[in-house]
Write a protein that binds this ligand. Structure first.
Ligand code: NAD
Length: 491
């Protein structure tokens, strides 16, 4: 029987009272490696209370001291880098290279947070009127909550927790019930880095746990990342309850290729975008629009590489090109998308459904899959598949390709491959998405820029990471002062 993971509450690892649990799988071989308890409202209340109790002292801790904890966390994450990547691979199934990339991105946010004393500085202006000065300071809000998805078990929690903590907030993380193990290791390393008990806490569960967090009066901010329907629900519910919310949803990312794009680097970038992390990435390229006849040049080499893609158990074979998807249920959902595409008349030019992995036949595998002749109204052109399936369509010109992309309703990533500066400039100006790639397959911004989804890919105002992250986790106080000093007569 797999062990049930514990809650982190006031610095103690505690067994949950919950009677219901969700299995955690190693997707590479289908074995159960842990179980996640589904906490109810009373347990959530205890975890939030622990964060609320720790808040006054942590908020009063000088920013330099809070930053020093982050410096130590960075050092510990570097020391344990390989171990952290292996945990991600084991519970999520992505390749060890993808897992290393994820750990690196998380560390970069912690490095950014090390600069907190400078980032938290306010503004001031002397003599806004005769003898009167004005300044702003930034103060933390209280208990911050992170609710995270299965596809980046380490990086997505790390998008917000380092920044929330150095700003002086305390934190409750509710990781995806499907991948709780990376979050637990981060909790252990934060304690080793010297974070006081209660400043960082972990609660587990699904909808009931989330609902309790969204309603709790001590919770001041919610950072959610997950699918669009839940992101919208979280945003609407939490804002109604008076919380500050940043809520990132799903995506349907279009990649456009023009005939003048460089062949080798474009094919490599499209493959990385569509099949990296087995397509379970909110920045994954999902639709490839070949404009101005580009399909003649690019489709054959792409299909050839996709057919040769080696799929296998990422936990024991570092050489595989792609691993399994996260659960059997998710695998079935992706198969259903492929069925829908076939029924709607798209042409399956690379079929990954018959992939065989002899070493681990019970893993959740699907090979790289490519549809051609996809029409804009088909479900595979509109709905997020979140698996290794690329839909290809063709347009006469760039304007029509951009229009197809803009009609998606989402707005995470949009990418153009070209060697024309003019085309790139037109694309950047006209495309309706928050993160734009020019000859870059996955335009995910680094820690000092906002991760900037638009439309149905993001609900809220201030995004995660960078200066927007600092703004989200602080509130400003403006002080206007006049000192009447009659002795020195200086007004
Ligand atoms: P999900 O929406 O199923 O779950 C996300 C979180 O919400 C989990 O912690 C889960 O426990 C909780 N949850 C699930 N159903 C809920 C409900 N009905 N009410 C309240 N809480 C609920 O998402 P997932 O399958 O874990 O992750 C994949 C999704 O996340 C994809 O849609 C992907 O595009 C998206 N994602 C987006 C970004 C981004 O930056 N926009 C980044 C990563 C992943």
């Amino acid at each position: 029987m797999a062990e049930t993971v514990k809650l982190l509450l006031n610095g103690e690892w505690v067994t949950s009272e919950a009677t219901e649990t969700v299995p955690v799988y190693n997707p590479s071989d289908g074995t159960e490696i842990a179980a996640t308890p589904l906490c109810g409202a009373s347990e959530i209340d205890r975890v939030v209370q622990s964060a609320a109790d720790a808040f006054p002292e942590w908020a009063n801790t000088p920013a330099v001291d809070r930053a020093r904890v982050m410096f130590r966390l960075v050092a510990l994450m570097e020391t344990h880098f390989e171990e952290l990547a292996q945990i991600v691979t084991r519970e999520n199934g992505k390749t060890i290279e993808d897992a290393r990339g994820e750990i690196r991105r998380g560390i970069e946010v912690a490095e950014f947070a090390c600069g907190a004393p400078a980032l938290l500085m306010g503004d001031s202006l002397e003599n806004i009127a005769q003898g009167i000065d004005c300044d702003t300071i930034r103060q933390p809000l209280g208990v911050s909550v992170g609710i995270t998805p299965f596809n980046f078990p380490s990086m997505v929690p790390m998008w917000t927790l380092p920044i929330a903590l150095v700003c002086g907030n305390t934190y409750v993380l509710k990781p995806s019930e499907r991948v709780p193990l990376s979050a637990i290791r981060i909790g252990e390393l934060l304690a080793e880095a010297g974070l006081p008990p209660g400043v960082f806490n972990i609660a587990h569960g699904g909808k009931d746990a989330v609902d309790a967090l969204l309603a709790h009066p001590e919770v001041k901010t919610i950072s959610f990342v997950g699918s669009t329907p839940v992101a919208r629900y979280v945003y609407e519910t939490a804002t109604r309850n008076g919380k500050r919310v940043q809520s990132a949803g799903g995506a349907k990312n279009y990649l456009i290729v023009l005939p003048d794009a460089d062949l080798d680097s474009t094919v490599a970038a499209v493959m990385g975008s569509a099949y990296g992390c087995a397509g379970e990435r909110c920045m994954a390229g999902s639709v490839l629009v070949c404009a101005e006849g580009a399909g003649d040049r690019f489709l054959e080499p792409l299909s050839e590489i996709a057919r040769e893609f080696r799929v296998g158990p990422t936990d024991r074979d570092p050489g595989v090109d792609m691993g399994p998807v996260v659960t059997k249920t998710h695998l079935h959902r992706i198969h259903q998308h492929i069925e829908n595409g076939l029924q709607e008349g798209a042409e399956l030019i690379v079929d990954g459904r018959d992939v065989q992995v002899e070493e681990t036949p019970h893993g959740f595998y699907l090979g790289a899959t490519i549809f051609d002749r996809v029409k804009p109204q088909m479900s595979i052109a509109r709905e997020e598949i979140f698996g290794p399936v690329l839909s290809t369509m063709h347009t006469d010109d760039l304007s029509e390709a951009i229009a197809r992309c803009n009609a998606s309703g989402y707005g995470n990533a949009a990418v153009l491959f070209t060697s024309s500066g003019g085309a790139a400039r037109k694309f950047r100006h006209e495309v309706n998405a928050g993160m734009v790639g020019i000859n870059i397959g996955v335009p995910a911004p680094m820690a000092f820029f906002p991760f900037s989804g638009w439309n149905n890919s993001f609900f809220g105002d201030l995004h995660v990471q960078g200066a927007e992250g600092i703004s989200f986790f602080t509130r400003q106080k403006v002080t206007i002062s006049r000192w009447i000093d009659t002795k020195r007569q200086f007004f």
